[in-house]
Ligand binder design. Structure first.
Ligand code: NAD
Length: 294
């Protein structure tokens, strides 16, 4: 069992750190918010006074923070205090460039590092069923895999440093686009007099089949567990989907890739957020799609 430092004990990091405690690790955490620290303490996580204190004696350091600037600032702050050969893991969703800078910084200090963003949301974080998408060299991945398996059910090595973030934003760009597509189909079906169940029964077993339809259907009824049945409470909030679509568009611009539908999906979610729906589940975009016809 390892000594693990966990920085960023929010909606995702808190339950992930708790699962490391359940697996028998000694976890010392830090967050800026008192309520997150209190909740983590109740889950058996030792709370340090600063991020630098949290990493002292740690064999593994994990960060789960909002954006690239937070990850770079915390990694720069703590790396000088991290022990020789400690493994650096960032599980946040951040831009590919910042992820690469974080790896470079660890390499300058001879520390192995992995970018390991997750899919699966807060339910996956609590239930230890996350999917981890990892970028880094083979040695760092081999070190990271067993500890990530304490927090998830699938750990995929996607390539060198930054490849985990690349896989994450490509996946979520598909998700953002496909949810709008499924929402447009239901909005059109409504105008054509089709029942939601009839369209679902056909499309879910036809070539329109996709995860946004069969696991996360944006209308109530056909998929009882989808947020549409719970007044579009997240789930996965619109603000987070917009964040990931923005990251995909920044990456596309930097890499010279054409992603016209990704760009359009970003502007549609942006309009929905600007109308005050950032906290609504991203499948609530069907309301925005219907409103466009008014
Ligand atoms: P959150 O806002 O609940 O948690 C982030 C935590 O980081 C907060 O508690 C904040 O106080 C802390 N923090 C910020 N700066 C800090 C610093 N300098 N030192 C210590 N702590 C600091 O966010 P979350 O939902 O837990 O998401 C974390 C990351 O996971 C994000 O990058 C997000 O995009 C990604 N993600 C979230 C979900 C989801 O469903 N919530 C799903 C997949 C990926």
């Amino acid at each position: 069992m390892a000594n693990i430092a966990f920085i960023g004990l929010g909606n995702m990091g808190g339950p992930m750190a708790a699962n490391l405690v359940k697996a028998g690790h000694k976890v010392t955490g830090f967050d800026l918010v008192q309520a997150s620290k209190d909740a983590a303490k109740a889950d058996g996580i030792g709370i340090a006074a600063t991020a630098t204190d949290a990493v002292k004696g740690a064999e593994i350091v994990i960060t789960m923070l909002p954006a690239g600037k937070h990850v770079l600032s915390v990694w720069k702050e703590v790396i000088p205090s991290v022990g020789k050969n400690a493994l650096m893991i960032d599980c946040s969703t951040i831009d590919v460039e910042s992820a690469r800078h974080a790896h470079d910084h660890a390499t300058e200090h001879n520390l192995p590092s992995i970018d390991a963003p997750v899919s699966g949301g807060t339910g996956g974080a609590k239930g230890a069923t996350l999917t981890f998408m990892c970028g880094g060299d083979d040695h760092a991945f081999a070190l990271a895999k067993p500890v990530l398996e304490n927090m998830g059910k699938k750990v995929v090595h996607c390539g060198k440093g930054g490849a985990g973030q690349a896989a994450k934003i490509c996946n979520n760009m598909i998700l953002g686009i496909s949810m709008i597509g499924v929402s447009e189909a239901f909005a059109l079906g409504e105008k054509l007099g089709l029942s939601h169940q009839a369209l679902f029964d056909v499309a879910s077993t036809s070539s329109g089949q996709c995860w946004s339809l069969t696991s996360y259907c944006p209308v109530p009824g056909p998929v009882p567990a989808s947020p549409a049945n719970n007044d579009y409470k997240p789930g996965f909030a619109t603000a987070l989907m917009l964040k990931d679509l923005r990251l995909s568009q920044e990456a596309a611009k930097a890499a010279g890739a054409a992603t016209p539908l990704g760009g359009h999906a970003e502007s549609i979610y942006e309009a929905f957020e600007k109308a005050g729906h950032g906290g609504v589940d991203f499948s609530g975009i069907i309301k925005h799609v219907r409103d466009l016809a008014k």
